[in-house]
Design a protein around this ligand. Structure first.
Ligand SMILES: Cc1ncc(COP(=O)(O)O)c(C=O)c1O
Length: 451
C-alpha cells in the first residue's frame, strides 16, 4: 500500500504530546511510535505503507477484524438519529434496550439485567460495587472483601488496580485499596512445582481458598473475581474441574462469583462466552472489548435474576453509573458486531483456528528458551525462560524488546514481553495466517535469542 502520511511529522508530534499507556516511557522517548494508519480484515498498515498481520487484534479486541463498514454505518446512522442520551434517571434509548435484551439472550444462565460502561475497568469496578451493595442492602455490610488471583488483570481503576494480581501495576502508584486478597492462579506450568496430578492440584487450590476464607471470615468477603482464562498476566486457561470447585466453595460460603470476560467474551474463547467452555455460572459477568470488536468503547456488567431481585427491593436510588453507560452509538455498533459474530460463526472459527495454532506452535517448544506454549481459543502465550529446568524467567527489560523488534520486522504485531509472546488474532483468521504466525514466531525466537 502506498503511503501518503508524513511519518516524520507524526513521529515528532507523538514524542511531543502523547503519554503512552503500558509503555516504557524512557525508551519510547528515544525509539518513538509505530504509527498504524489503516486496517482491513486481519491486517494493518503503518504510516510508511508496511503491512502487518495483526496478531493481537488491536488489544485482544478486534474480534470481527478491521474495516467492517457495516459497523461504521451503524454508528453514522445512530449519530444522525440521536447521538447521545444517558441511561441515568430512568432514561433509555432503543439501542441500549435492544442490546441489553440481546445480551440476556446470548449470555448463558439467569443473567438478564445489564448496566453498561465504557470499558473493562469500569465493568469490573461496577461488579465489585454491585457485589458489595448486594450484601449491604441485605444487612451484611461487612461483606466487602474481594478475592482475586495472582497474575489476574482486572483493569486500572481505583479498586481494579488492587484486584489486579500483577504487582507492576501497583508499584509506585500509592496505597492499595483495602479489602483485596490474592490467591494462587491455576497455572499448571508455574503454580504446580511439585507436579501434582490435576485432581491433587485442584484440591491443593481448594485448600488454599478454604484457608483464606477461614482466616478472613466468610462474613467479610463479598465476591471472588476471576478471568475464566487469565489474559494479560500470562494466558492461563483453567484446568478442567477448577471453576466447578470455585463455584462450589463460593456457594458454600455465600460469596458471589464474578467472571471477568473482558477478553474472553464474544467468541475469543471458542464459544460466545468462556463460561460456556468451562461450564460454570457466575453471579456477575463483566464484558467489554469484543462487545464492539473495539470499534467504539463499550462494556457491560450482567447480574443474575437473584441479584436483580435484591437490587430492586430498597426504595432508594442506585448511585452508580457513568455518563456513557448505555451510549446509544456504542450500543448500536455492538448490536451489528454481535450479528456478525453470530452470522459468520466466529466463535467456532476461534475454536478451530485456536486448536490449529496450538498444535502448530508446539514446534517452538524445541527451542531451548521456550518453556511453555499454552492457549485456549484464540488466546496464546509462548512463554520464554532462561533455563527450561529451573523455569527461571527473564528479568525486566531483557528479551521482550528483542522479540518485539524481530516480530515487527517480519510483519507481525503481537504483544512481546520478557515472559514471551502473547498472541490473540482477530477471530476471522484463516489457516494460512495461522501458519504465517507460527513461522514468524519461530524465526523471531531464533533471531532474538541469537542476539
Ligand atoms: C481481563 C481484563 N479485565 C479488564 C481489563 C480492563 O479493561 P479496559 O482496559 O477496557 O479498562 C482488561 C484489559 O485488557 C482485561 O484484559
Amino acid at each position: 500500500m502506498t503511503s501518503t502520511w508524513d511519518t516524520e511529522r507524526l513521529l515528532a508530534l507523538d514524542l511531543a504530546h502523547i503519554l503512552h499507556p503500558v509503555t516504557n516511557l524512557h525508551r519510547h522517548a528515544k525509539s518513538g511510535a509505530l504509527i498504524l494508519t489503516e486496517g482491513r480484515g486481519t491486517r494493518v498498515w503503518d504510516s510508511t505503507g508496511k503491512s502487518y498481520l495483526d496478531g493481537f487484534a488491536g488489544l485482544w479486541n478486534i474480534n470481527v477484524g478491521h474495516g467492517r463498514s457495516v459497523l461504521a454505518e451503524a454508528a453514522k446512522k445512530q449519530m444522525n438519529t440521536l447521538a447521545f442520551a444517558p441511561n441515568f434517571f430512568g432514561l433509555a434509548t432503543p439501542p441500549s434496550i435492544e442490546l441489553a435484551a440481546k445480551l440476556a439472550q446470548i449470555v448463558p444462565g439467569s443473567i438478564n439485567h445489564f448496566q453498561f460502561t465504557s470499558g473493562g475497568s469500569e465493568s469490573n469496578e461496577t461488579a465489585i460495587k454491585i457485589a458489595r451493595y448486594f450484601w449491604a442492602i441485605q444487612g451484611q455490610g461487612s461483606k466487602i472483601k474481594i478475592i482475586s488471583r495472582q497474575n489476574a488483570y482486572h483493569g486500572i481503576g481505583g479498586l481494579t488496580t488492587t484486584a489486579t494480581g500483577v504487582p507492576a501495576y501497583w508499584k509506585d502508584f500509592g496505597p492499595a485499596a483495602p479489602g483485596f486478597l490474592h490467591i494462587t492462579s491455576p497455572n499448571l506450568y508455574r503454580s504446580n512445582p511439585n507436579n501434582l496430578s490435576l485432581e491433587a492440584f485442584i484440591a491443593h487450590l481448594e485448600t488454599e481458598l478454604e484457608q483464606t476464607i477461614a482466616r478472613e471470615g466468610a462474613d467479610t468477603i463479598a465476591a471472588l473475581m476471576g478471568e475464566p482464562t487469565q489474559g494479560a498476566g500470562g494466558v492461563c486457561a483453567a484446568p478442567d474441574g477448577y471453576w466447578a470447585m470455585i463455584r462450589r466453595v463460593c456457594d458454600k460460603h455465600q460469596i458471589l462469583l464474578i467472571a471477568d470476560e473482558v477478553i474472553t467474551g464474544f467468541g475469543r474463547s471458542g464459544k460466545m462466552f468462556a463460561i460456556d467452555t468451562y461450564g460454570f455460572a457466575p453471579d456477575i459477568l463483566c464484558v467489554a472489548k469484543g462487545i464492539t470488536s473495539g470499534y467504539i468503547p463499550l462494556g457491560a456488567v450482567g447480574v443474575t435474576d437473584a441479584i436483580y431481585h435484591e437490587l430492586i427491593k430498597p426504595d432508594r436510588m442506585f448511585m452508580h453509573g457513568f455518563t456513557y453507560s448505555g451510549h446509544p452509538v456504542a450500543c448500536a455498533v455492538a448490536l451489528e458486531n454481535i450479528a456478525i459474530l453470530e452470522s459468520e460463526n466466529l466463535p467456532e472459527n476461534a475454536r478451530v483456528r485456536g486448536l490449529e495454532l496450538l498444535e502448530q506452535m508446539r514446534v517452538v517448544l524445541a527451542h531451548e528458551n521456550v518453556g511453555d506454549v499454552r492457549a485456549k481459543g484464540l488466546m496464546m502465550l509462548v512463554e520464554v525462560v532462561q533455563d527450561k529446568q529451573s523455569k527461571a524467567p527473564y528479568p525486566p527489560l531483557s528479551i521482550g524488546g528483542k522479540l518485539q523488534a524481530a516480530t515487527r520486522k517480519r510483519g507481525l504485531i503481537v504483544r512481546c514481553g520478557d515472559n514471551g509472546i502473547a498472541i490473540a488474532p482477530p477471530l476471522t483468521i484463516s489457516s494460512a495466517e495461522v501458519g504465517e504466525i507460527v513461522q514468524i514466531v519461530k524465526e523471531s525466537l531464533d533471531e532474538a535469542f541469537a542476539a
